[in-house]
Structures are given as structure tokens and as C-alpha cells.
Design a protein around this ligand. Sequence first.
Ligand SMILES: NC(=O)C1=CN([C@@H]2O[C@H](COP(=O)(O)OP(=O)(O)OC[C@H]3O[C@@H](n4cnc5c(N)ncnc54)[C@H](O)[C@@H]3O)[C@@H](O)[C@H]2O)[C@@H](O)CC1
Ligand SMILES: [K+]
Length: 487
Amino acid sequence: MARADKFAVEMGTPSMTLMDRAGTAVADAVARYPYPTRILVLCGPGNNGGDGFVAARVLAQRGFKVRLALLGDRDKLTGDARRAAERWRGAVEEPAAVDLDEAGVIVDALFGAGLARDLDGAARALVERMAQSGKPIVAVDLPSGLDGATGKVRGAAAQAVETVTFFRRKPGHLLEPGRSLCGRVRVADIGIPDEALEAIRPQTFVDMPALWRDAFLVPAAGGHKYSRGHAVVVSGPAWTSGAARLSARGALRAGAGLVTIALPRDALPLQAASYAAIMPRPVDGAGELAELLADRRLNTVVLGPGLGGGEQTRAKIDVAAPGRRLVLDADALTSYEGVPWALAAVAACSDGLIVTPHEGEFARMFRGDGEVLEAPSKLARTRAAARRLGAVVVLKGADTVIAHPDGRAAIAENAPAYLATAGAGDVLAGIAGGLLAQGMPPFEAACAAVWLHGEAAREAGPGLIADDLPEGLRGVYSRLYAAIEKA
Ligand SMILES: NC(=O)C1=CN([C@@H]2O[C@H](COP(=O)(O)OP(=O)(O)OC[C@H]3O[C@@H](n4cnc5c(N)ncnc54)[C@H](O)[C@@H]3O)[C@@H](O)[C@H]2O)[C@@H](O)CC1
Ligand SMILES: [K+]
């Protein structure tokens, strides 16, 4: 943001104009509240506070009753914040002396992008009072105390109803617990030109179709099932084979030309419970898997869901990996507990690897690797893991992060809470495999899979079970195909 602001200033917009627009955007948001006759603006010592002074002035001009309190010394304000304060004609009160209960709406303009350490002392006490007040809070840029780079709370932060940020959202608006703390996020245009992004080249994205649409393959007339790849899902024993069946359905619905499920002989009868379009093959160990995979058209293998961990699983992965595209999930990942370098070796000989751990699996995989596990945010951890493995890492959760070893990363925001259901991860691994089989590059395939998975859940609606997800993809695909054909 500092670079974006600088760019805008160099292009001729004075920084005071940016602040005026920022404060006005906050005032616009506050003015939408029903009868917010009494507004309390809490300002901090930097430019976040400066935005607060502007918002207070604009709201007062529009006829609202506005009180303003400043944390810190008015004489110590500098730059644009100082000028904004000079133009505020009302009283500047002591935060300790104001009664928060009198406010209809509180504007939280204490700290934004400049938060430099954990809140303590008077700042923390004020944020805690605000949090306990039960009043609707409109946060300027970020709820004060929330770290915009990590999504973590530093000391304290108050739940906002709404957060007004500028130009683009920051990781802290998307990563939990930040995302939840922000309430509804509005992005205000304060006149920073989009060209600023060409200079900055951000490497962090929201996971949305624009990010991967160009790599997504809409079936072409005259296409052939073999041109859409052949995915293999390797199943565990009969009693856990449901997981692999879910993956196989995901891969097929995602558009793989052919899907084979490799099952131990005792699990073959159960495959009857799945789609007839999925081809079962008896495969009882790494040796038989090697025989199946002698056919190079089988270009993608999904291993992990219900597979069971340990040496057997690693042997199968070793057979599958060379020159092929892989998705590894669940048990496949925990069989590399504490030896991520062994997984990096798998990635190196493959034609592209996506790993899809949840937090527990991630912690086990990288046990003892402080550089990965102690990176400052979920975003940074996922990036570090991708670099470590030389693979695309999907770290699942409400705020799933997808990272490529080259530093690109995306944060997903479309998963409904009810997607956290048994077997959902198995379907995700399958969708990713289905997209890889069609030739999508691994990062784009992983991003698309995560987005499609979230959309399929929405399509199926509350009460979702994992079996509904592959079915949900149909509606999502028809809209996506239409949008791509129109574009
Ligand atoms: N040109 C720009 O840079 C623009 C900035 N804008 C606003 O400016 C904000 C960033 O302003 P600043 O960089 O001045 O930073 P902030 O206003 O977020 O905070 C910096 C101030 O807080 C103090 N501080 C930091 N951490 C503290 C802690 N834990 N406890 C107590 N004091 C602490 C610092 O000493 C400094 O005085 C953005 O969040 C946004 O609201 C907008 O006006 C748009 C334009
Ligand atoms: K704030």
C-alpha cells in the first residue's frame, strides 16, 4: 500500500486528497446506518487517525452529531493527519473520559496499516472497552489491533460490523481471524490508479476465476476423452474406500476424460456403489500399481484419501510419481511425517505435485521445521512450505491458502461454513486431480479446484454431505462455461 500510495502521489494526486477520499468513504459507510444520530470517532496518532478526523468532519457537515476522541497528543500529530485534525472544528476529547454507551456508531480509526507492535497500555484498554461496548463499529482500513499482513490480532481488536479499506483488500482482511473480525469489507476507490499494480506486481490474490480462467479447459467440439486426460485414484482397504470413491467422483465431474479407481480386491464389490462411469481395477500393492501405470496415458494419480499411511503408501507414491502429475492428501502426507525432504524428492521427479493438507497434517509433515511452521501467517507458512517442497501447497481451512514455489499465492473466500463436512477434502483432492489430468498447470488447477469446491458446496446448499459436492459441480460448470464463452 505504501508503494501504491507513492505511485498515486507521483502520478499527481496529493496524499491529502487520498486521505480526504478515504475519510469520506468511511463517512459514506457510517451514514448508511439507521439513525446514527450519535457517532463517536476514535482516532489514533497516525494517518489512520487522520482518516478518522476527515470522516468526523464530513459526517458533521452532513448533520450528524459527532464526538471525537484522540488517543495521544494532538500536538504530536504530523503530516496529513495533522492537517486533517486542524480542519476538524469540534472538540477533541480524551478517550478515557468519553462514555461509549452514548454512541450510536463507533468509528474505529486508532490504528491501520501502521500497527507496529502488540497493543498495550491505554491503546489496548480502549480497544477492549470498544469491544465490550456492544456498539456497531465501523473500522477504518482494519479493526485496530488486527495485523493487515497476517490476519492475526496483536494484543486486542474489536469486532467490526463493517471495515472500509482502500484500493485493494490486504491479507488480513482474508485470513482468519482477521476476516471474521472485519465484518463486511468495503473497498473504497480513493483514486489510486490500477496501473500502480503493474509496478508493484503483487503476488497475493483472492482465489477467483479471473486468476485461473485462462488455463481452464472448456470442452471443445471434436474433443476426445483421451484429450481430457486419465486420472487414477488409488484406494485403501474396503472399509475406507469411500474416501477414494469420493475423490474419483470429484475427478470425473471436474472433467477428467477417464477416471480409474485402483482398488484392493476386497474393495471391488463396493465400487458398485459409485458411478458406473468410474472404471475399477484390482490393484493390491505397489507392484500391481506399477503394472497399471505402465500405460502412460494414465497421466494423473490421486493418492491419500482412505489410503492408510506408512511404507506401503510411500512405495505406491514412488511408483506413481515419475513423470506424472500427482495429488497427495491425507494419509499420503502423514506418511512423510517429519521428512518433508522426501516429499520434495517426489515432487522433483513428478510432472507436477499438489499437496492438500489441513492444519493437523501440515503440522505433522513439517514437524521440526521452524522456518515453515513459525512463519508469521498462514499465507507465509503455505508459501514457505511450497518452496520447501517444490510443489503447490493447498493449506485447507475456512481461509484456504494455495501457494506456488515461485511465491504466487491465493486465498480462498468462497467456502461456506457447512463445507467442513466428512469427506469434503477427498472430493477436493479428486477435483484437483481431474483438472491436472486435463493439463491445467498445478497452481491454476489447485486454485480452480478450491474455488469450484466452495461453489459446489454453495450450489448444494446447507445440509451438504460430501457426496453432494460432485453433483454440485454441474450447476457451477454450466455457469462457468457460459461466463468463459462470453468473455
Ligand atoms: N497515503 C497513505 O498512506 C494513506 C493512508 N491512509 C491511512 O493511513 C493508515 C496508515 O497510516 P500510518 O502509516 O500513519 O499508520 P497508523 O495510523 O495505522 O499507525 C501509526 C501510528 O500508530 C503508532 N503505533 C503503531 N503501533 C502501535 C501500538 N501497538 N501501540 C501504540 N501505538 C502504535 C505509531 O507510532 C504511529 O504513530 C492506513 O491504515 C489508512 O487508514 C489513508 O488515508 C489513505 C492514504
Ligand atoms: K482502524
